[in-house]
Design a protein around this ligand. Sequence first.
Ligand code: MEV
Length: 315
Amino acid sequence: MTNVTGRASAPGKVILAGEHFAVHGVPALALPFTGACTTVSVAPAPPETVTLTAALSENDHARALTVVEAALTRLALPRAWTVSVDSTIPVGFGLGSSAAFAVALVRALLMAAGLSATPEDVREHAHALERLFHGSPSGLDDSVVAYETPIAFRRGEAPERLVPGAHFRFVLGAVGYAGSTMEAVASVRRRAEADPPWFSKLKDSAGSAVSQARTALESGDAHALGRALDDSHGLLQEIGVSTPELDSLVVAARDAGALGAKLTGAGWGGFMMALVTPNRHAGVRDALSKAGATLVLELDVGPVPENRRGSDGSK
Ligand code: MEV
């Protein structure tokens, strides 16, 4: 493509603990997933021309175009752009494809317009765009993708950057189908409204699992983190967002020696994640493939230098 005037990338994400409950005000923890990313390039086009090139289904393409139009309105830019998207993040697999698109788009347009922005500005814009994809998202996905560091999140509050106390390695296994975040969130809401005391108890348990996971992450306690992942998966099963295939991968990972495992993201498809030690890592990968994982990925997180800079150049 010639005459590119803005180009930016954003990573995917995984949710370590608290997904779904985050929509209802419980804290959550998330990590950027740098093993996959979305890159958006924008170039000037004739007036009243907005085109989008992206490898998406017809429906997803139409929604993404709506998001581009909304981004232009938010950023007060003219409707005169060619937008190209290149992404390695599978859509609907819980790895934050829509948040990565929103963040990369905002960054690319700001760059093309010669405007600078903090990660918090980018997050706010991306959150407004995420609403077009998911209805009423908590903001967890856009926060971790815009900040590009591990975060603790609570709906309506600015995210808190976390520094892991040790290196942790996760193996992620996908089932062969995607899940709709909007539908899974709506289903949990219906269940919560049908039985408020039941859901309130689960929210308390989710809050405890998140708090244990946070302490374990920050203190570098892999065994405690593994237990918190297991607890989180149990809660996600109770609210009905796991599937037999996700459960089988979780069990296969645990049987192969993972310290803990859970589905990650909205569920009803997509990925599970397992925390592994170096000597169990290959065995867990192997067990996931044998149990039917259609894709196996890895994520390493660890302490990051204080002066790490975001890809938009700001701290
Ligand atoms: C989706 O990645 C995370 C959910 O908690 C939805 C949200 O927080 O908006 C399921």
